[in-house]
Design a protein around this ligand. Structure first.
Ligand code: PEP
Ligand code: MG
Length: 759
């Protein structure tokens, strides 16, 4: 960051710019003055401003140094030329010889051939590129860090000034007229299921900044510190409010992690430095926000992107508190009508809670992922969420009617009457189906011929626990403990883990809970455990491989599980085991922890069952040996099938290529049941296939008597099982397995239809 002399210089420049923009004359003449001031101040022969026009075109709006006749004539697409390159990434670009750069695009009308060095910075506002600001020099020179930083700050100030002028009338910066008014179907990613409809409310984040340049940095610093205090208090209040709610614990976890970001020193320091360099507190927060956004564009890691989204949410929240400080306002409560479909680029968990319970019917996001904090909170509130909808904000207008199909990750904007009717019908049928599941909730999952199938839940958060009662599932067949590790900003200690597992067992009210030890790594990254870049993370340093290499993690987790179970039954299983030896090593660690607890006179679990997940095909060839080491087995079909077919479970290009309902894979599963039955080891399936009625039917036909699935699948599975004759169907499916059919899906569908089973 700049030293004190530079701050003074940059303050003067910012002040001059502000005076010009606030002064007399039309917008064009003010921009013309702005480029002259910047060029003079930065000792550059050229300063140019390119602004974004509809159609992603960057148009030269003002220049000092280039030929004036090029103004409004020179236009570049995003990605075209150096200016387009700066906008595309978006990031600053400093070159001592512009013409050597592969992206250099010569524009004869500008007369720029005599200039060699080039510095371009994006003009960002609200995280979006609004234009590019450049300076150029005839001599070949390297621009210094301070110069780059100063031009970035100037660009930030310009963004605000331009937004407040007629240069950025909304018509100029939104999608081309006409297109936006037609009905549109958009697809995204399913972040939470369910169907809903309502009117679009565009989630407004306060970015309007009344003053950009400050006269009194010390006063601004005080104002900023007070706002930070107020924000912390408000977050504490929110946590207290939410903490009282029955299923509030995950909100708490999420909000606690979030609260930690609010105290991130580096972030706060950067904002304070911006204030010292002459920005108002609001402008400096907004600059931090733009920087964050720009950084985000470079980051592929989904976990880090989410954390950056949290920072972004905090920046908006901070702006709100700065504003409220001025008005003496209270924490806002946004209460919209009860038919709100919230439209946002991204949304923080606390922002969703700001709307109050019951008003938001669905959320649609341009960004977002299934493990994003807002998705976790939305799941707790039962709100469908569709994320990753490209170009959403350019396509939806406030008050547009919107249909949200969380199941199929689709959104229809401004639907025609017929589509709306069909959707309403779909919602009605879905409600009827739900009613049928609820009516059958207390009936046993027993086939027509008396075969009982245990239906368990998959869970990973305390807030999933109420589903045990709501679905009347037998227990929890898979508790993914990694989620506890993922929503926190640091490795949870033994006490914290003990507390969490104890609460899970308490809330399960005596029903069995199978805890799976940490399955981190792969795509489930822990922010506090940096891992080397891996070519194939799904096959890399993850799950039991990681915890056996870092035994303290496994020891701590097992210690916590033993303590949480004290006097109760403990079921624990290990993920991604590829060799029987790995399971034996994990068991040894468990025995060590049991001995330790015994030595300390702690109350031990009343009973312990140790299980192994079958997710790696190598284990298929060690089944008899494996059986002697385990009390139960759980087939993780998601991973098992991905490795069996060498087919990435998250890659849409190959995900439809193979059918797990093929004769080959079903034969493999039948062999697993047979081996387990022969050894008297209970076996279940807890991958996604167990939760799909047709696949679940096939599994029952193969001999599986225990399935574990998401809460929403229990009802359909129960009804399917109650309609099935297991003995007859086993004979039917067995006969199909002798062949080589790549898919038995149609045959099985026909069977289900012919026997009146809803699948
Ligand atoms: C599986 O692989 O099937 C499984 C249940 O584990 P996860 O989906 O958590 O990898
Ligand atoms: Mg798995």
């Amino acid at each position: 960051m700049a030293d004190a002399t530079n701050w003074v210089g940059s303050r003067l420049l910012l002040r001059r710019l502000r005076d010009v923009m606030a002064g007399e004359g039309d917008a064009q003449s003010r921009l013309d003055q702005v480029v002259t001031i910047i060029a003079r101040d930065m000792v550059a022969e050229v300063c140019s401003i390119y602004l974004l026009r509809p159609g992603d075109i960057l148009e030269l709006f003002a220049t000092e140094g280039l030929l004036k006749t090029a103004v409004h004539r020179t236009r570049l697409r995003i990605g075209e030329g150096l200016v387009g390159d700066v906008a595309a990434h978006p990031r600053s670009l400093s070159l001592d010889e512009a013409q050597d750069h592969p992206q250099f695009a010569y524009r004869p009308e500008t007369g720029e051939e005599i200039y060699h060095s080039f510095l371009g910075v994006p003009i960002l506002r609200g995280g979006r590129v609004r234009g590019v600001l450049t300076i150029q020099n005839q001599s070949r020179r390297n621009y210094t860090e301070e110069e780059i930083e100063t031009l970035e700050t100037v660009a930030m100030v310009l963004a605000e000034l331009i937004a407040g002028s007629e240069l950025a009338s909304p018509n100029e910066f939104t999608a081309a007229d006409g297109i936006a008014l037609k009905p549109l179907r958009l697809e995204g990613a399913r972040l939470n299921g369910g169907l809903a409809m309502g009117k679009a409310v565009i989630h407004e984040r306060r970015t309007k900044i009344s003053q950009v340049v400050s006269e009194d940095p010390a006063g601004e610093l005080d104002r900023f510190d007070e706002a930070v205090q107020r924000m912390h208090r408000a977050l504490d209040e929110m946590m207290e409010e939410v903490g009282g709610h029955r299923a509030g614990e995950e909100h708490m976890e999420v909000l606690e992690a979030y609260r930690m970001f609010a105290e991130d020193r580096g972030w706060l320091t950067r904002i304070r430095e911006g204030i010292r360099s002459g920005l108002t507190a609001d402008a400096s927060v907004a600059k931090a926000l733009s920087d964050t956004r720009a950084r985000m564009a470079q980051i592929a890691d989904p976990y880090l992107r989410e954390r950056i989204l949290d920072m972004e949410d905090l920046a908006y929240r901070l702006l709100q508190h700065l504003h409220e400080g001025e008005n003496g306002g209270e924490r806002r409560r946004l209460r919209k009508g009860r038919d709100t479909v919230l439209i946002a680029r991204s949304l923080g968990p606390a922002e969703l809670l700001d709307y109050g319970r019951g008003s938001v019917q669905a959320v649609v996001l341009e960004e977002g992922s299934a493990t994003a904090h807002v998705s976790i909170v939305a799941r707790a509130l039962g709100i469908p969420v569709v994320g990753q909808v490209a170009g959403l904000l350019d396509k939806v207008e406030p008050d547009d009617f919107v249909l949200v199909d969380g199941e199929n990750a689709a959104v229809v904007i401004r639907p025609g009457e017929d589509v709306r009717q069909t959707f309403s019908e779909g919602m009605k049928q879905s409600a009827e189906r739900q009613a049928a599941y609820i009516a059958a909730r207390d009936l046993p999952a027993v086939t027509r011929d008396g075969v009982e199938v245990t239906l368990n839940l998959n869970a990973g958060l305390l807030l999933d626990l109420p589903n045990l009662r709501e679905t009347n599932a037998a227990g929890i067949g898979l508790y993914r403990t990694e989620i506890l590790f993922m929503v926190r900003g640091q490795l949870p200690g033994v006490d914290e883990q003990t507390h969490a597992y104890r609460r899970v067992m308490d809330q399960a009210e005596g029903k069995r809970v199978v805890f799976r030890t940490l399955d981190a790594g792969g795509d489930k990254l822990l922010p506090y455990m940096p891992v080397a870049h891996e070519e194939n993370p799904a096959m890399g340093w993850r799950a039991i491989r990681m915890t056996l290499d870092r035994p303290f993690m496994l020891r701590q987790q097992l210690r916590a599980l033993i303590r949480a179970a004290a006097g109760r039954r403990l079921d624990v299983m290990f993920p991604m085991v590829a060799e029987v030896g790995e399971l034996a090593a994990a068991r040894e660690i468990l025995d060590m922890e049991l001995a330790r607890a015994r030595g300390r006179d702690e109350t031990l679990p009343a009973d312990i069952a140790v299980g192994c997940m079958l997710e790696v095909p190598s284990l298929l060839f060690q089944l008899p040996q494996l059986m002697t080491h385990v009390d139960f087995l759980a087939v993780g079909s998601n991973d098992l099938m991905q490795f069996l077919y060498a087919c990435d479970r998250g890659n849409v290009a190959v995900s439809e290529r193979y059918d797990i309902l093929s004769a080959g894979s079903l034969r493999m599963l039948r062999d697993v049941v047979r081996a387990a039955d022969a050894a008297g080891v209970p076996v279940s399936v807890c991958g996604e296939m167990a939760g799909r009625p047709l696949e679940a039917m096939a599994l029952v036909g193969l001999g599986f008597r225990s399935l574990s699935m998401a809460a929403s699948s229990i009802g359909p599975a129960r009804l399917m099982i109650r309609g099935l004759d297991a003995g007859r169907f086993s004979g039917f499916i067995d006969a199909l397995l002798d062949g080589n059919a790549p898919s038995l899906r149609t045959v099985l569908c026909n069977y289900a239809r012919d026997h009146g089973l809803r699948i």
